[in-house]
Design a protein around this ligand. Structure first.
Ligand code: UDP
Ligand code: MG
Length: 325
């Protein structure tokens, strides 16, 4: 087999603290895989600068001048982890046989990259990195993540448990991924839909090398909510179910009070009246909000705006490149 060209795609947002170390470590991994003739000599890492406001891009650009192994893709503004990753994947697709995505903080074990490549050479088109334990995450993050995965699975979304975005995809898998045209792309849910032969590789997740998480609680919740509403209409069905339940419940109540009245006992109660009005009003508002969420999604999809805009693409011929430093 001819050695495959590998590109490691790394989305980076304000990662100046970890980048120098990340570049060194990934460089070592690439070099040792090249030495073993597992990957082609032209393999490289592609660092995607997701509109960072610190020294991230300057660091990437400098490193790319020093080493053939380092390439930098610059986005015009911050578009979030998922879109930055997509930008990297599609830029890398045409110039690679396989692509591995990994976070810049190296929480994922880069030493299993070798195993990824071995599986790819055995014929797997997608290799998932799966966390064995989540000891390094806080109790809160672990619990919320657990809840999220089980909720998604209950709603019928096929997810690989405890797999984040550390994975290998072949060129063929990436070409198929490109056919999913939705603007709101939830990669972890889409990738299993591609099919093909796949495998999982297990590893221990570590602490962030330096800097702090770019996923505070608010972003995490938004991400989870987005994932759920992008993949499932179960929430709307649940609203329908609650509607039916309260309708039949109130019919039963009505019948009961009517019978009481016929028997000469009129039920009194301002409290019960006001409670039911508020309850129903609340439920209606929730339902409308939820439906609005889905309509909002349709609205966004129908506009089909670009998910990201590239400022500098290292794989284009010099004349096609653009850049504002
Ligand atoms: N990231 C990004 N754009 C953003 C937020 C994060 O490209 O708007 C990158 C970040 O640089 C990192 C990866 O996404 O490489 C995951 O972020 P982080 O490690 O902060 O998330 P956590 O591991 O805490 O969930
Ligand atoms: Mg991290």
């Amino acid at each position: 087999m001819i050695e495959p060209v590998l590109t490691i795609v790394v989305p980076c947002y304000n990662e100046e603290e970890v980048l120098p170390q990340t570049i060194t470590e990934l460089g070592k991994v690439l070099q040792s895989l090249m030495d073993e003739n597992l990957i082609a000599g032209s393999s490289r890492m592609l660092l995607v600068d997701d509109g960072s406001r610190d020294e991230t891009w300057r660091l990437i650009y400098k490193a790319s001048l020093h080493s053939q192994m380092v390439k930098g893709l610059k986005l015009s503004k911050n578009v979030g982890h998922q879109n930055a990753l997509l930008a990297g994947l599609s830029a890398a697709r045409e110039v690679s046989d396989c692509v591995i995505s990994i976070d810049a903080d190296l929480q994922d074990d880069i030493h299993v990259i070798r195993e990824f490549i071995v599986k790819f050479r055995e014929g797997c088109e997608i290799v998932y990195g799966v966390r064995r334990k989540r000891d390094t995450d806080t109790f809160f993050k672990r619990k919320t993540a657990e809840m999220f995965y089980s909720l998604m699975v209950k709603m019928g979304v096929k997810l690989v448990y405890n797999h984040a975005d550390f994975r290998l995809m072949s060129k063929r898998a990436l070409q198929e991924l490109d056919k999913f045209k939705e603007v709101n792309l939830f990669l972890r849910g889409i990738v299993p839909l591609i099919g093909f032969q796949s495998a999982s590789v297990y590893y221990e997740r570590k602490e962030r090398l330096a800097g702090e998480t770019k996923y505070p609680l608010k972003k995490m919740l938004a991400f989870a909510f987005d994932g759920i509403t992008s993949f499932s209409v179960t929430p709307i069905r649940m609203v329908l179910l609650i509607g039916f339940l309260s309708f039949f419940g109130s019919c039963a109540c009505g019948a009961y009070f009517l019978i009481l009245k016929l028997l000469g006992q009129t039920a009194t109660g301002w409290t019960s009246l006001i409670t039911s009005i508020w309850l129903l009003g609340g439920l209606q508002l929730i339902a409308m909000g939820l439906i609005g969420e889905y309509i909002g999604k349709i609205y966004k999809e129908s506009k089909a705006r670009p998910k990201y805009i590239i400022d500098f693409n290292p794989f284009l011929p010099i004349s096609g490149r653009q850049m504002n430093m």
